[in-house]
Design a protein around this ligand. Sequence first.
Ligand code: FUC
Length: 803
Amino acid sequence: MDSRFRGSDATFESVKMNRLFLSLVLLSSSAAAQDLKLWYEKPAAQWVEALPVGNGRLGAMVFGGTQSERIQLNEGTLWAGGPYDPSSSEARAALPEARRLIFAGQYREAHELIGRKMMAHPLQQMQYEPVGDLKLTFPGHGAAVDYRRQLDLDTAIVRVSYSAGGVKFVREVFSSPVDQVIVIRLTASRPGQIHFTAAMATPQTATIVAERPGSLVMRGVNGDAKGIKGALKFQARVRISARGGKTTLGRDSVSVSGADSALLLVAAATSYKNYKDVSGDPEALAQAYLAQAGQKSFEALRREHVAEHQRLFRRVTLDLGVTGAAQLPTEQRLAHFAEGHDPQLAALYFQFGRYLLISSSRPGGQPATLQGLWNESMTPPWDSKYTININTEMNYWPAEPTNLGECTEPLIRMVTELAESGRRTARVNWGAGGWVCHHNTDLWRATAPIDGPTWGMWPMGGAWLSKQLWDHYEYGGDKQYLATVYPVMKGAAQFFLDTLVAEPRHQWLVTCPSLSPENTHPGGASVCAGPTMDMEILRDLFDHSIQAAEILGVDSDFRAQVAAARDRLAPFQIGSAGQLQEWLEDWDMQAPEIHHRHVSHLYAVFPSHQITPRTPDLFAAARKSLEIRGDAGTGWSLAWKINLWARLLDGEHAYRMLTLLLSPGATLPNLFDSCPPFQIDGNFGGPSGITEMLLQSHLSEPSTRDIHPSSIPVLNLLPALPKAWPAGKVTGLRARGGFEVGINWKEGTLEAATIRSTGGAACQVRYADKAADLHLQPGQTVGLDAALKQASAARAGVTPSRR
Ligand code: FUC
């Protein structure tokens, strides 16, 4: 029996479904009434206790001291060095010999040759640098009581409050994306009680002076690095306006005494215009930001900041239940999360990740680095740049599914620029067309292999980043956008058409030289031919390029060439331990680091979906590989494994990985992820994993109707729900194909769901072994209530094993 529901153009159909109870429900846009605050009873004693604010360009870490406040400042374009070209003409000449050695199994010799001839000049890239600190001293506030320091994720405001000498003081700090300034407001419960001195400090080469009527001005230049001259000028300005009292200027400080309140506006800018042009005027920019913001009242600055933040932040709510543990200060909750009594901490962590992405990656700015926007050091770990053999990609995993598609703009723009700078590296280093980027890049869009052969000889970074371009299209469905990024995807694919070589044994097409990120194989080196991850990335790149060209109706010859190459890529192989092989050879069990942090060959499970329950042998082999690798890992490695276990439909194991990530070893007191040391990728990979536990949309099914396109996305509800979250509610998650999804569950079972079309016309909704097709008008919301729970699993072709 074919039962069918129609209601204001929505149809929901499922074969042999007994009864359907459908109601049209509007998705609520308001945030769940829950406490989304990180809070502490003491000032930050170290940087990783301070709380981050950011508007995608201007970042600050707020320490919240009573007698002495430190607000550490960053500007997204203040990096070391200047425009440079690291390509190396010697590399191309060495390429045939490097390949010969690798195919002859002489890996150490290949490693040595590559190290000598094929690496970038300089061997390392430029680092992200801090602006410096704003320091506020409050005489007599040493003996403060009733202290509280908090970051409210819903308003994006840090608030510090305490009492000293019988007066209550409140400090609020935010970085406004509307007015492009950091706003600091100081108030007291009694008039005339605000006394402080403001000064600045910096590790940069800079001058700091006080200017009339009440400003601090830092003028500086960025650092040289690795033989590349610093080419940037920068400026930071603080304008201090007090209500009442007296403002006096020192040489390099401003003091306020006896005021009722004070407002400090911080502007900063550099001369960076783009990766080739550093002719900007930081003084004019900083002055202009201050002039605009200075016309507004604190209330207006705050209101507009909060509204713009909430426009993005409130799109998604997540309620996993609240217990008494939520009353504790944040670092105490972290210490006890593994005990299982604090589901709200997981929700807080999820929303903290969304907060960090909104704060570190807004249209017009730079992409989130290894440390997002926040770095205090002139020589940060791994230069706080873009490591693109996992870390930068992970930063953007939650962007589309947690409804922050706009936040990918800086990344997409960076990839578009890499497609220009990487053209030169493709030609000079590899003698190839198209473009290439190896395992790292920086502000100057450097693309050549760095650090040494073990890490750098990996030509896949640009290809992996190109996946994000396609993902943005898959979620948003914007063909005009696709037309703008298609040339980038095409150029990435072209490079491999020109550089893939046939390996001698099977004539499979492989990358060479390359490596499985940072993992040494039993041949005593990491360099090799055709590691599994490369083949997986290329299958995606080639498929997406072909699909994009088809959608745009262009390049039929090129499509055919790409399809022919795709068919000849080395296939997946299952090794002697039943594992998915990481390399062309069955080396996995002999590799020196069997528990290596990278799980590169499992790219096919997540973020890609080449291995799913529809490929049962490979699915089992991937699971075996993950078991062999073990649970331990760096922060980002734990986060990757949450996503992998969710895709393997094992909610308990995914949750176990989350408890390892949300523990003091992998998460710092301010909830920053720790590699160690602090590295932000886990803060994004973790929330992505939580999303994958609640909703997956990577599969598709042929449509039962004559529609275009003929396959429809499968929205799998609660595919990896752990026992630790028996009841909950999520709203506003996005699914591929143009849908927003809300889900309620109780006693571990689906209660209700809402599907809203944001452009998608048809999808299949699944829950456990039940499935039903939906047809929607754009903008329409359909509530499924109990329908899916009651549906039998009889849609043609649906079996539990194909979930
Ligand atoms: C990769 C990882 C390291 C670290 C670095 C920034 O090289 O293997 O663990 O995350 O990136």
